[in-house]
Design a protein around this ligand. Sequence first.
Ligand code: ADP
Ligand code: MG
Length: 398
Amino acid sequence: MKKIITDLNLKDKKVLMRVDFNVPMKEGKITDENRIVAALPTIKYALENGAKIIAFSHLGKVKTEEDKANKNLKAVAVRLSELLNKEVKFVPATRGTELEEAVANLKSGEILMFENTRFEDLDGKKESKNDADLGKYWASLGDIFINDAFGTAHRAHASNVGIAQNIGEGNSAVGFLVEKELKFLGDALDNPKRPLVAILGGAKVSDKIGVIENLLVKADKILIGGAMMFTFLKAQGKNIGTSLVEEDKLELAKSLLEKSNGKIVLPIDTVVSEEFRNDSDYSTVSIDTIPNNKMGLDIGVQSVKLFNDYISSAKTVVWNGPMGVFEMPNFAKGTIGVCESIAKLKGALTVIGGGDSAAAAISLGYADKFSHISTGGGASLEFLEGKILPGIEAISNK
Ligand code: ADP
Ligand code: MG
């Protein structure tokens, strides 16, 4: 078990806080402030408990000197200050005298923010390659390290792993956001109430091999939709028309099906169309009669019913990857159907991990029907693969 922020005494301590302020920006303006709002509970808790907070985050990728102009965190500091109703001193640097003096002058219950950690990537990718001196330097600015950035936890960067390794044993912990992610994803996968039904979809088998293999061990059933279903169907010898397929994954799909011992459930019908367009004609066909000139863009109603039979008895549901091209309304019904089945469940733990699946559930109006929607696309995928997340691993144990 990793330490959480409430396990540490923050009073009068300089608290280095890695947050996820990687918000979408357009012409210097924040277009979605959800991530800033989400960080408030951890920040407020630390302020109320007498910490001197030094907060920092990455923002996008910084590859050229010009990137600095639109990838700086000034606007985020301004917005954070408004949301906290409190001064947030912004230091437009990632190191140096101005930062060190600002840290030295911080009083208990005050907060400062420094610049985008990836500005350090311009000089030899120091942040992203976890440069040893950089992690040591940042750690030297504080007494305690709190990691509340789940979205980068699958990366070993200086601003998470580097600091954690240098802050001293016992002096690091995760914040409330990371705690919640670990709790829900961990409960769903490591100690699930059964049956555990996994629903997998999305674009490619190749993106999800690790997830399928891990879930073959952990889940009781794996329902597969999305484009990846066609690689499995073709591996079974079915004609899939012009549907997306990964020819080089047919053998793998075949062996996964054999290994699965009936755990993998494939759709029995699909919504097909000649073109990848919402306004082209579409119809639902059995997966045994897909026309040569058509592609499957969603699971059909019979499959939604079949999947519902499994979902309705689940005590735990883990979902990664939409069932069809949900961005086009005519091919969103399978994904909506699965959302409906999950929404009807009572007393089950239901978790979404995956960038597009989360976006689908939110845009289709089901955000509040899940126990938890993970905020970390890549990080939640690696968690579902059963991988250790270095950004979490480096944090002190209880
Ligand atoms: P996640 O981000 O949840 O892990 P993926 O990135 O793997 O999901 O896949 C999401 C994408 O898969 C969506 O953009 C969706 O349109 C696409 N997709 C789903 N089903 C199909 C299909 N049958 N044909 C083509 N694309 C599909
Ligand atoms: Mg995706």
